[in-house]
Design a protein around this ligand. Structure first.
Ligand code: FNR
Length: 190
């Protein structure tokens, strides 16, 4: 069956290198995976004052996550951690208490930076948050991408065979991971 994946781009920047990486990942994903972006840029800053009556943006976020089989985070590292806009979206989706959208929803994390650490430290803090949110998280393959403009075209074309093969493997591993999780946690039992 086709897997429906919702993806988050953790950057609001127009020229985001992580958005470019998301295009590459979609291009290189195996058959039977479909992708929908889950936007985060329109959300107000979360407060539990909203819990009694979520605004449409918050509802739309939770509905979008509910609709997909799995979520993929493609995100920069800001100050060795999660960008604020992405953390805000996660806080929205995790609430109201008892209605955490990430519970049992398979996830994977990947990110690109101009620097050689390739978002490794930011991914670690994001993984900690997703673990707390009870999302089954793909631990391997890990992917820390040092973004080089000569490798990644604006539309997601990848001009380096080794990078292309690595990203293809990453998406295949995610596809297989989702299939395994859905076998253990069939959707109708969620
Ligand atoms: C950064 N950048 C950055 N890079 C990194 O490797 N580790 C870091 O901790 C940070 N911290 C950081 C903080 C803030 C506030 C900004 C704006 C930037 C640089 C960052 O990787 C670079 O701007 C990327 O282009 C961000 O990815 P997007 O937004 O282009 O997808």
């Amino acid at each position: 069956a086709t897997q429906h994946v919702g993806y988050f781009v953790g950057s609001l920047a127009k020229g985001s290198i992580n958005r470019i990486l998301s295009r590459s990942l979609i291009r290189l994903a195996p058959e039977h995976m479909e992708f929908t972006e889950i936007p985060i840029g329109n959300l107000p800053l979360y407060s539990y004052d909203y819990d009694a009556d979520y605004p449409p943006e918050g509802r739309a976020l939770k509905d979008a996550i509910a609709k997909v089989d799995a979520v993929l985070f493609v995100t920069p590292e800001y100050n060795r951690s999660i960008p604020g806009a992405l953390k805000n979206a996660i806080d929205w989706a995790s609430r109201p208490w008892g209605e955490n959208s990430f519970a049992r929803k398979p996830s994977a994390v990947i990110g690109a930076s101009p620097g050689p650490i390739g978002t490794a430290v930011g991914q670690q803090s994001l993984k900690q948050v997703l673990a707390f949110c009870n999302s089954p998280l793909m631990n391997a393959v890990e992917a820390y991408i040092q973004f080089r403009p000569e490798v990644f075209g604006a539309d997601g074309e990848v001009n380096d065979p080794a990078t292309e093969a690595f990203l293809r493997d990453y998406m295949l591993a995610f596809h297989e991971f989702i299939a395994r999780v859905l076998t253990v946690l069939p959707k109708d039992e969620l």
